[in-house]
Design a protein around this ligand. Structure first.
Ligand SMILES: [Ca+2]
Length: 319
């Protein structure tokens, strides 16, 4: 009987184990965690860290008891044979970190195109001026960028990004512009910007001004450096005040690889809120200038040798 009691206990225990863990049976499952995608800075050489966590639940035979009985009487043979298999559940978690190289180049990432030498020359020069011109018509015709050539700006600086919104909230009448250390009036002002776009890729570049309130003028090439006038601008994006329609414009230019292209754009804000966007896209589709606060290695204020792409004339002393 002692043997039977023990067997009954083991059987009951085995049944409990089965009941308790029946729901725990699971097919091995995998789960991907913490995948880091390539950053938009376009560095195809970077690696991607991918962490895989796999949880495997399985059953393992713990013990097998086989008890064979004997013969009790001459007339009746009773054989107790019982096979008990007790089990335990094993859950195993494995975390593996692997480093892989991206298998595809992101669409916005061009083929590796070396930027020009860098020597604390990245970004745009910019200047802030007071601008008394009110917008009263469909073309902001009272605004004349070339009238500021000899006007001393209130502030000059450099910026790695361009564009922004100004005074669009009713309480926002003053504020910083770009990374300026001081605040400015956010109505009736003008901004002058210039830089060189280094065309590491040859082909067609696109300048988009998808939003202008109140006016943005663009010049490219030699006339952007000197000789720029209202009349010879390559593009104008002008706010239609009577109809309240924001200005927009786009301009394309072809350039050979390995050259510096002077670019200038002049923004004017009149009354109420204002702002503008300015985006330069390379032939491959890579955005190399925008309002994103990241510096582009392809927009420089001058070349490092100082002669291939000389610094622009000082604001207020332009020609
Ligand atoms: Ca405005």
């Amino acid at each position: 009987m002692a043997v039977r009691k023990t067997l009954a206990y083991v059987l009951a225990a085995a049944a409990m184990v089965n009941t308790a863990y029946a729901h725990a049976i699971a097919a091995p499952a995998g789960q991907l965690n913490a995948r880091t995608h390539p950053s938009p800075t376009c560095d195809p050489g970077q690696t991607v860290t991918q962490t895989a966590t796999t949880t495997v639940t399985s059953w393992k035979a713990l013990l097998t008891i086989t008890i064979g009985g004997g013969t009790h009487t001459e007339t009746v043979t009773s054989t107790d044979i019982c096979t008990v298999t007790a089990t335990e559940t094993i859950t195993e978690s494995t975390t593996t970190t692997i480093t892989v190289s991206p298998t595809a180049t992101p669409p916005s990432c061009p083929t590796q195109c070396p930027p020009p030498p860098s020597c604390n020359n990245l970004g745009f020069d910019w200047a802030y001026y007071n601008n008394s011109a009110r917008n009263t018509d469909t073309t902001y015709s009272s605004f004349h960028p070339d009238s500021f050539k000899k006007t001393a700006p209130l502030y000059v600086g450099t910026t790695s990004y361009v564009g922004g919104l100004y005074g669009q909230g009713s309480a926002e009448t003053t504020g910083p512009i770009y990374d300026s250390s001081r605040s400015f009036a956010l109505d009736f002002f003008a901004l002058n910007h210039h830089a060189y776009i280094y065309a590491c890729e040859g082909g067609t570049y696109t300048v988009d001004i998808p939003y202008a309130n109140d006016g943005a003028y663009l010049w490219t090439g030699a006339k952007a450096y000197s000789g720029w006038t209202d009349a010879n601008a390559d593009a104008k994006a002008l706010y239609n005040q009577p109809d309240h329609v924001a200005g927009r414009a786009s301009f394309r230019f072809d350039v050979a690889a390995g050259t510096y292209v002077p670019v200038r754009f002049f923004y004017g804000q009149a009354q109420y809120g204002g702002g503008f966007q300015f985006i330069v896209t390379a032939p491959s589709g890579q955005v190399i200038v925008s309002d994103q606060e990241t510096s582009s290695p392809y927009a420089v204020r001058h070349s490092c040798d100082g002669t291939t792409a000389p610094a622009f004339p000082a604001f207020g002393k332009e020609i």
